[in-house]
Structures are given as C-alpha cells and as structure tokens.
Design a protein. Structure first.
Length: 151
C-alpha cells in the first residue's frame, strides 16, 4: 500500500466552534506536529515525547519549552544556555524533585538533590545532590555541592 501525503495550505483565518484536532495517520509516537512560517523556520514543535517548544524567529532565540517526561519542567529563557531564565524543577539526572531555580546559571548542576530553592545569578550553581537549601542573591551558596539544610 502506498502512502498519500497531502499538503493543505490555508490562507487567511481558520475558525471553529469546537476543538481542532490534528492527527497523524501513523502509529509512531515519536512523531509530532510542526508549525512553520514561509521561510521554514519552526515556530512551534509538539513532539511525541511530551515536549512542546515555542520559538521566536530563528534570529531572535526566544523560546518557551514545556517538558512532560521524567520530571515536570518549565523553562522561560531568552537563549538555550540559561541566560536570564526561570526554571522549575530542572532535570539533569532525572532524580531530583521539588526544586525551584530562578536566574542565570542557578541550579544548573543539580542531579539528585531535592527541596532546593535558588534565586539570583549563579545561586546554588554547583549543587549536585544536596537537599533543602535556600540560596538568595548573587552567587549565594554557589560553592555548595552536596550540603543540605543551608540558608
């Protein structure tokens, strides 16, 4: 059986009273939906792994990423290297829980620690497995790697 690939091009607006459902005809769960502009720049990507990425134009670098695998994750960033970012429950190793890190470089080394809160430029930056730490301010507890219950 041959596959038929249909390209549907809509100019103008699309309105609906109920949900608009886009479905793949295949059974491969790793495939998703891409929204692109006329220059083939990806503006939104919903992949089969539970990741939704919303991008600005390719020269802007702005993005919103929502992950749904292993750990709940939210990142609002102006670029991919945590510059001026807000992250919730960052998932490097997939074992940490209940962390909140706000600020560039904050909490980016965490692998198994939980219950930590870092607020400020590079706060709790080197923390890998410590728990229940609170670092507020520029470089707060930056050198703490495995300690717990620190303020």
């Amino acid at each position: 059986m041959k596959k038929i690939i249909v390209t549907l091009m809509i100019t103008g607006s699309l309105y609906a009273q109920d949900d608009i459902i886009l479905k793949s005809a295949g059974t491969d769960a790793t495939k998703g939906i891409l929204f692109q502009n006329s220059n083939a720049d990806t503006l939104m990507d919903i992949d089969g792994d539970g990741l939704i990425s919303i991008f600005g134009t390719s020269n802007k670098g702005a993005k919103l990423r929502l992950y749904g695998t292993n750990a709940t994750y939210l990142e609002l960033a102006s670029s991919g290297n945590y510059t001026s970012s807000l992250t919730w429950n960052i998932s490097a190793g997939g074992q940490e829980t209940d962390n909140m890190f706000i600020g560039q470089g904050t909490g980016e080394s965490i692998t198994t620690g939980g219950g930590n809160m870092g607020l400020g430029y590079f706060a709790l930056n080197k923390l890998t497995s410590g728990g229940y730490n609170v670092g507020i301010g520029r470089y707060a507890l930056e050198k703490n790697t495995t300690g717990s219950n620190n303020v």
